[in-house]
Write a protein that binds this ligand. Structure first.
Ligand code: PMT
Length: 399
């Protein structure tokens, strides 16, 4: 049975969490409730223990199983963690990684997508701090179940009422289901820049930070995949749960990717692989003479095209096209020339997206000519868009 941790924070709407718990159980979930101290002013642990048949946590140091850290156990075992109602205080804490009670500690330790159903006074909900906390949380792929319009407990009208129970249940089911979309499947990702040495201290590289590759890895993990990332010297950290293989040059990336390829059902080429390398690498440090120098660059192997050539039938290969315009002609040509199943074009001439940015905007072009657009979003949201669109297409083509 899938397990959901139901976090309840201190809003008058806390009483509706009892109905939510019952409804989730009717939908086949094991429900484990966790209250903040403020929530316990409105509802009691005894109520949720009686309803769910499970211990209800409140204090950070509670351990229903002695010797086991409940916040880690609960976070790991949960197919979904929801906070309903989520107050302004809890949203701000979650956005900033503050974990000062059992609920926020579980939420921080959970590696899946959080589901947050805010409930508060409309002026609080419309305030800049709450808006920006929600933006941060969305960019980290939290699912926000928007509050309804209407009269709230203080008598004011506006958006702030906890969303309906069916809406919250649908969001939880969506996250729990999505968490299994890539279950049992293996994903190979290339990420970051390569560095092509000129001598012992200098190299040719590009502005790739590895943020897109890292987001693709994290999104694939959220959907239940086993993930391997072959990455150049990138600044962005990669998820700990991914199998990470560091390389420096395009040729090392090619070698590592070919060795890793067998057994993977999905391959994504997000790396900005240097197209050329120095024909000769000088040993030591090239000395300055004041005279011009000429160097010869030779083409590097095309890693993703080589993988497409070598892959077993049925492996889905998705490339990226970093283009300085929104025109798709070149992306389409790359898709065909490299023998890919799909290509994600990103317009790297637009400020704030593409290389070294936190956001991106992908146009997914499939081999049959169809196109899907993510719109401008955080790289993690773009990565989820890519996976969900590709998985839906794959399922459609099988049915
Ligand atoms: O890392 P970030 O800062 O987050 O930036 C993300 C990104 C802009 C690097 C990413 O979104 C992106 O566009 N990656 C591909 C960059 C690129 O090299 O594009 P390309 O159009 O030159 O290459 C097309 C495809 O061939 C890509 O899948 C690339 O990985 C692959 N390729 C290219 C050359 C080569 N020698 N080997 C390859 O595998």
């Amino acid at each position: 049975m899938p397990t959901v941790v139901l976090g309840i924070s201190g809003s008058v709407a806390a009483y509706r969490a009892a109905d939510l718990a019952r409804e989730l159980m009717r939908h086949g979930f094991t429900v484990r409730a966790c209250l903040t101290d403020a929530a316990a002013k409105f509802v009691t642990p005894a109520l949720f223990e009686a309803l769910t048949g499970q211990p209800c946590l409140q204090d950070t140091f509670e351990e229903p199983d002695r010797g086991r850290m409940a916040h880690i156990d609960w976070a790991r075992q949960a197919d979904a963690v929801v906070v309903a109602p989520a107050t302004a205080n809890v949203l701000a804490k979650l956005a900033h990684g503050i974990a000062d009670d059992m609920l926020t500690t579980i939420a921080l330790a959970h590696t899946g997508r959080l589901i947050l159903a805010p409930a508060m006074n409309p002026a609080m909900f419309a305030s800049d701090p709450v808006r920006s906390a929600l933006d941060v949380l969305r960019s980290r792929a939290a699912v926000i179940v928007e509050p309804d319009e209407g009269e709230v407990a203080c008598g004011e009208q506006g958006q702030g009422k906890l969303a309906s129970i069916p809406q919250i249940v649908r969001a939880i089911e969506g996250v729990a289901r999505a968490g299994r979309l890539l279950e049992g499947q293996r994903v190979l990702i290339t990420s970051g820049p390569t560095q092509e040495p000129f001598d012992q201290v200098r190299f040719l590289t590009n502005r790739s930070s590895g943020k897109m590759g890292s987001a693709l890895a994290r999104a694939a993990l959220l959907l239940g995949a086993e993930v391997t990332v072959i990455h150049g010297p990138q600044r962005e950290p990669l998820p700990m749960e991914a199998h990470r293989i560091p390389v420096q040059t395009a040729r090392e990336m090619e070698e590592a990717a070919f060795a890793a390829l067998p057994g993977h059902q999905w391959v994504v080429g997000a790396a900005a692989v240097a197209d050329y390398r120095f024909a000769q690498v000088e040993s030591g440090k090239h000395r300055r003479t004041g005279e011009p120098i000429s160097v010869t660059l030779v083409p590097n192997p095309d890693v993703v095209a080589g993988l497409a050539h070598a892959a077993e039938p049925g492996v889905r290969l998705i490339g990226f096209a970093a283009e300085p315009s929104s025109e798709l002609d070149v992306a389409r040509r790359k898709l065909a020339a490299k023998g890919l199943w799909a290509i994600a074009a990103n317009d790297v001439s637009v400020p704030g997206i593409g290389f070294d940015a936190d956001a991106n905007a992908l146009t997914l072009v499939f081999a049959d000519g169809t196109v899907a657009e993510s719109g401008r979003r955080s790289k993690l949201e773009c990565a989820l868009f890519l996976w969900e669109t590709c998985i839906a297409r794959q399922l459609n083509s099988q049915s």
